[in-house]
Write a protein that binds this ligand. Structure first.
Ligand code: GDP
Length: 456
């Protein structure tokens, strides 16, 4: 346990709501909460993991009727003594109780400081601690499932297993070098290589999952393109209206490209509705078209819309020829209207998946989600045994471990002496350890937790 002061913060948003929670953690948490709380039992006498009804007082004045949870370390979130004051969720009342708490000499917590303490006190490793924020921010089923797996230690356990194996082999080599009479390193090189090759494959698979993990957690950047009037804005509105509870406006968008994040069950699309693309001499419209092309360049996925009720235009063909090398889904919109033969003919000759869609009736939505899932996640999203690495830092450390283990194999192939192996084995061991938070410097830890929200 680290010697810490006592900290407090509001764990719920500072906006009117049913309840507000003020979280206090540290050696003085219980004693200090007791100074402003009056209930049947003094909190200092309360057993751990109990909840108590009472009132918060400012001198003789009652500030609020509350429930206070008492969780004593080491079996609490932070590993320290923790109290949580559940008060009414009015802005003024929450502020008043918080200022009473600060007046007792308790320090305001920094963002992520509760979770940082959980890490420093060994309640969570760094990978698990980082996943706490992913759980909070997850906006699709699959991202949430993946974050929970990481929080429960699926990724950490895998890494710990591999580190144990590396340590075991290193210890064997060291022992053999020290005591050649009792340990035989005769064919050890080949035995070691047979063990390392599957480990490399495992680590490479995890590293390669980063691309998908990042799309899962950040959303697939999806540009909606097509000539004017094919239904681009209708598509954006349709998809966001379907899931309006989890749609968020992205600030800083321009008049001509609108952006919204839309969660469609397992996946999140970060949609960009571009200006209609066509040949034009109008200066303003040209700027919109240029921006549309910039969005196409940055997109992971392009939803290319055609109006299936109208003849194919030169603009449609030209646009398709400019994007066909990218990840494209052709959406034949307005499938509720009569089909134009041009469109059917065109669809037969394209290389990308085709979905018949109607923003009026919603037809094609499930198929669109299936097609995208297959394109980006090989259709195997969130299988029980699959885990997607979502942090770039973790991916780089995995790559570094893979390189070190490949050097070990190279040394074995080149017939180098065994002490060469141990250096690279220990490099791989350290790289995997850094993912778990072992021997990482304070700046890195501070940077990771600085991205957290207040009160977590
Ligand atoms: P944009 O210029 O590509 O953004 O096209 P809009 O979304 O503004 O749509 C152009 C017109 O097509 C509007 O009148 C829409 O109501 C209509 N529209 C869009 N999607 C559909 C559809 O699926 N079926 C039908 N029948 N009309 C649609």
């Amino acid at each position: 346990m680290f010697e810490m002061d006592t900290i407090a913060a509001l764990a719920t948003p500072l906006s009117p709501s049913g309840i507000g929670i003020i979280r206090i953690s540290g050696p003085e948490a219980v004693i200090n909460t007791d100074k402003i709380f009056c209930g049947k039992v003094a909190l200092s006498d309360a057993k751990t993991h109990t909840i108590h009804y009472g009132k918060i007082y400012d001198g003789d004045d009652v500030v609020d009727e509350v429930l206070v949870s008492v969780m004593r370390g080491p079996h609490s979130y932070t590993g320290e003594d923790v109290t949580e004051i559940n008060c009414h969720g009015g802005v003024l009342v929450m502020k008043k109780i918080l200022s009473l708490v600060y007046r007792l000499g308790i320090r305001p917590a920094e963002p992520g400081e509760f979770t940082k303490r959980a890490f420093l006190n060994g309640r969570l490793d760094l990978s698990q601690a980082a996943s706490v924020m992913d759980v909070i921010e997850a906006d699709s089923e699959a991202a949430l499932k993946n974050s929970i797996k990481q929080l429960k230690g699926a990724f950490s356990d895998e890494l710990k297993g591999i580190r144990d194996q590396i340590l075991h082999e290193t210890a064997y080599i060291e022992a053999a070098l020290d005591d050649p009479e009792h340990y035989d390193l005769g064919i050890y090189g080949q035995t070691l290589k047979d063990k390392i090759v599957p480990v490399i494959a495992k680590l490479e698979k995890l590293s390669q999952s980063y691309k998908e993990g990042s799309l899962l957690h950040n959303g697939i950047r999806t540009a909606i393109v097509g000539r004017p009037n094919v239904g681009k804005s209708s598509l954006l509105n349709f998809l966001s209206r379907q899931e309006r509870a989890i749609v968020s406006n992205i600030p800083g968008t321009t008049r001509d490209t609108l952006e919204e994040s839309v969660s469609l069950g397992e996946i999140t699309l970060h949609l960009i509705d571009t200006a209609g693309i066509r040949n034009t001499d109008d200066t303003i419209e040209k700027i919109g078209v240029d921006r549309a092309f910039a969005s196409i360049d940055q997109a992971d996925l392009i939803l290319f819309l055609l109006d299936s009720s109208r003849p194919l235009s030169e603009d449609d063909k030209k646009l398709y020829s400019e994007i066909e090398e990218k990840q494209v889904v052709l959406l034949c919109n307005k499938s509720d209207l009569e089909f134009h033969s041009d469109i059917e003919e065109f669809c037969k000759n394209v290389h990308c998946p085709v979905v018949y869609f109607s923003t009026k009736t919603g037809d094609g939505k499930d198929e669109l989600v299936d097609v995208i899932t297959k394109m980006f996640f090989r259709g195997e999203l969130a299988g029980a045994e699959d885990f997607y690495v979502s942090s770039e830092r973790d991916k780089l450390e995995l790559d570094s471990a893979v390189h070190s283990l490949q050097y070990v194999c190279q040394s074995i192939d080149d017939g180098m002496s065994e002490d060469f192996y141990t250096v690279d084995l220990m490099d791989a061991y350290s790289a995997l350890g850094r993912i778990l938070g072992e021997a990482v410097d304070e700046d890195l830890v501070n940077r990771i937790f600085a991205d957290f929200c207040m009160g977590k």
